[in-house]
Ligand binder design. Structure first.
Ligand SMILES: Nc1ncnc2c1ncn2[C@@H]1O[C@H](COP(=O)(O)OP(=O)(O)O)[C@@H](O)[C@H]1O
Ligand SMILES: [Mg+2]
Length: 259
């Protein structure tokens, strides 16, 4: 099983949207997929089709409070196994973050409790980096997808955090999201980012801006089903194909819970 963390150094870059979309697109490619909400905002479930916010989840396990977290997982209509974050009070949040710092492999150990084929993938949604949750997810991931909009301030922020991100990541791939070719300033921002990251890190993975994306979420549908011929849907399918190849051949389908 491989773990892929979606992180970003700016807010509202599409981490949760892309975590849900990629989880479903990989599940449709007959891969066993787990979607992990590691963000205290607890919003990934809504993107995956859950109509209530799960109060219990991984965070309770971080606090050592409830029955095993995997008893609070859900499977959505697409077959994605979803592990909610759960709701935490502010003081509980501090305690859970302290555990993530003191037990740097906590998430990897938690995911190892699910009986998954080697070809399975866990997508991990995170709060903005740097944060204890995002840093922890980066440490535990086999691949870090670092999202950025092609905007000057966001790219400059990413460049500032790039060195520690690279040091902590097994593999890091930048994904440019919300690309709008009509805006010249975005081309300049990407040139500056490319110069800063160097030739070894490509900016080839790009998802175009499409107003239909938030609308699909509001309707509870999948953007790539509503607008399959749009540029952004094509981009998402391309990113899913790239990940599918990176993950390697698919084993027999199925995700089961241990014990
Ligand atoms: N490529 C895109 N085109 C248009 N809107 C997008 C795109 N990606 C994300 N969004 C929208 O941006 C907003 C923030 O996305 P979200 O996934 O919540 O970001 P994050 O989890 O990084 O805070 C949402 O309304 C989402 O629908
Ligand atoms: Mg989010």
């Amino acid at each position: 099983m491989k773990t892929i963390a979606l992180v970003s150094t700016a807010g509202g870059t599409g981490r949760t949207t892309l975590t849900a979309a990629l989880a479903v697109l990989l599940a449709r490619r007959r891969r066993a997929v787990v979607a992990v909400d590691f963000d205290p905002q607890n919003l990934l479930g809504a993107h995956l089709g859950l109509d209530t916010f799960s109060k219990v989840g991984l965070a309770d396990a971080m606090l050592g409070r409830t029955a095993p977290w995997r008893e609070h997982t859900w499977r959505n209509d697409e077959g994605v196994l979803f592990a909610p974050h759960g709701e935490l009070a502010l003081d509980e949040r501090t305690a859970s973050e302290a555990r993530l710092v003191s037990e740097p492999r906590w998430l990897a150990q938690a995911l190892a409790q699910i009986d998954l084929p080697d070809s399975a993938v866990a997508f991990v949604d995170t709060p903005r980096y740097p944060s204890p949750q995002a840093a922890h997810a980066v440490r535990c991931a086999d691949l870090v997808l670092c999202l950025t909009p092609p905007e000057p301030a966001a790219c400059a922020t990413l460049v500032r955090h790039l060195a520690p991100l690279r040091r902590a990541s097994a593999h890091l791939q930048i994904v440019v999201n919300r690309l709008n070719p009509a805006r010249d300033m975005q081309r300049d921002a990407l040139s500056l980012l490319q110069a800063a990251v160097g030739a070894t890190t490509t900016l080839d993975q790009r998802v175009h801006l499409d107003a239909a994306m938030p609308e699909a979420f509001a309707r509870g549908t999948w953007f790539f089903d509503d607008a399959p011929h749009s540029q952004a849907a094509h981009d998402l399918q391309g990113l899913a194909n790239w990940l599918d190849t990176w993950l390697g051949p698919v084993a027999a389908r199925g995700v089961t819970r241990k014990g």
